[in-house]
Design a protein around this ligand. Structure first.
Ligand SMILES: [Zn+2]
Length: 231
């Protein structure tokens, strides 16, 4: 009988323990959730930019897509998420992206992939050029020349991705944004390509901070005031 009684007392106490434990867990969960929601807001929202891609070069779709993945990874390392949209460049191709015709937003970047440099007053680098605040152009032929010394098929999309990230970097970092080393170097040599191939050609920590701040600023621009801000 004593055994039974003990068993009974054990079985009646256990739920109370569990109840107290559950209550403690619930309080901890509530505190954590409360803290998380207190921290949410514009400063902690994901930083996202939309890149509208216009390919005027001979680059294949596979190369462009692989380059987008690499540029997206580099921007991701800097804390910015890129959404890529392929846009048609002439009327003969089917427009699969209705979104390319959506009204412009401050977080949009127009990316043109050109074959070779064209005559213009904006050219400041061998990779391409930008027209602030939203237009970045890269030269595919330059990337082909830079990559062809070794394994073109392997290197081309990676180097193109780095060049795309470099020009988008110019748009977000502002004037005089070349650096002595890393992704924002004015000119790249084989050492830079080797670094690119290991995934180490990136924005610096300081550049990443400026990029995040500028992207956040663009996210706050109201749509109605885009023309006032020069977008
Ligand atoms: Zn540059």
């Amino acid at each position: 009988m004593r055994n039974i009684s003990n068993r009974n007392s054990t079985t009646t106490r256990a739920p109370r323990h569990r109840l107290r434990w559950d209550l403690r867990v619930s309080i901890v969960v509530l505190v954590i959730v409360g803290a998380a929601s207190a921290e949410s807001g514009p400063e902690t929202d994901p930083i996202t930019l939309t890149i509208l891609v216009h390919n005027y070069s001979q680059a294949s779709r596979a190369v462009i897509m692989a380059a987008e993945r690499e540029a997206g990874r580099i921007l991701g390392e800097a804390g910015v998420q890129a959404v890529w949209l392929e846009c048609k460049v002439d009327r003969s191709t089917a427009d699969t992206q209705e979104l390319c015709r959506k009204p412009v937003e401050a977080t949009d970047i127009q990316l043109r992939i050109l074959s070779a440099p064209i005559r213009n007053q904006y050219r400041d680098t061998v990779f391409g050029f930008v027209v602030n605040p939203v237009l970045a152009s890269v030269f595919y032929d330059y990337v082909v020349r830079l990559a062809k010394e070794d394994d073109t098929q392997f290197e081309l999309p990676i180097v193109l991705g780095c060049v795309i990230a470099h020009e988008i970097g110019h748009l977000l970092l502002g004037a005089d944004s070349h650096s002595g080393s890393g992704l924002m170097q004015r000119q790249w040599r084989r050492e830079s390509v080797r670094k690119a191939m290991t995934g180490a050609l990136l924005f610096s920590a300081e550049e990443s901070e400026v990029i995040r701040a500028e992207a956040r600023r663009r996210m706050r621009v109201p749509k109605a005031s885009l023309s006032e801000h020069g977008y």
